[in-house]
Design a protein around this ligand. Sequence first.
Ligand code: ADP
Ligand code: ADP
Length: 228
Amino acid sequence: MIEMQDIWKTYADGTHALRGVSVRIDRNDFVYLVGPSGAGKSTFMKLIYREEVPTKGQISVNGFNIGKLKPRKIPYVRRNIGVIFQDFRLLQKMTVFENIAFAMEVIEAPKKLIRKRTMEVIELVGLKGKHNSLPTQLSGGEQQRVAIARAIINNPSVIVADEPTGNLDPETSWGIMNLLEEINFRGATIIMATHNREIVNSLRKRVIAIENGEIVRDEARGEYGYEI
Ligand code: ADP
Ligand code: ADP
């Protein structure tokens, strides 16, 4: 469970990215985060995966008050959150296998387990047979599947996705959505920032709209609600 109580985020230059956000996201929810560019969506997600800390207010993720976390506890919280970006952020000189296994190597899992689990998630995301490919040898959709495999390898309870279909064509985007739904079905909470009107209006989920750092709408089976 994720809970924000009167969260304010002001960056060093004085920009108020979030202004008094309070929200509760239950285990296994699937949430679309919508709103104009610069509204505060990325900041909202960065607070969840502890890339940023709030200026004011409380945020808890799975019972941890992560704004006040002791530095040595940060890796434990991060391990429980998978992050996916619009631009994939794969390591270009590493193979598919290495990109994905890396996330388990940093937590010093046993080698045999890493191999087994990596091959398992490669199959789960539909990339069987591609483990020795380099990112440059893959399509955009395939690269995003690698990023998703990397995000889920440690079985996180929360997946945060910042415009995961932003660089993909419509058909490929649907494939990625099916995969995210499957991961949600298997128990993960999903929070996805998106400008994809088509997806939000067809695959109906909870919609939280942020404008100018504030939540202006929160609907259980909402619509995209913007013209573009
Ligand atoms: P969105 O994801 O909805 O586009 P962001 O959370 O990225 O919105 O940004 C919210 C506001 O905070 C914007 O005005 C943006 O320019 C600003 N902002 C984001 N990151 C920083 C930063 N590191 N320093 C200063 N301002 C920032
Ligand atoms: P994203 O929304 O995917 O984080 P952006 O292009 O908005 O990508 O931001 C890229 C990086 O620049 C982020 O780390 C963000 O925090 C930072 N950033 C965004 N807006 C500003 C800003 N106005 N001033 C300084 N840093 C910013």
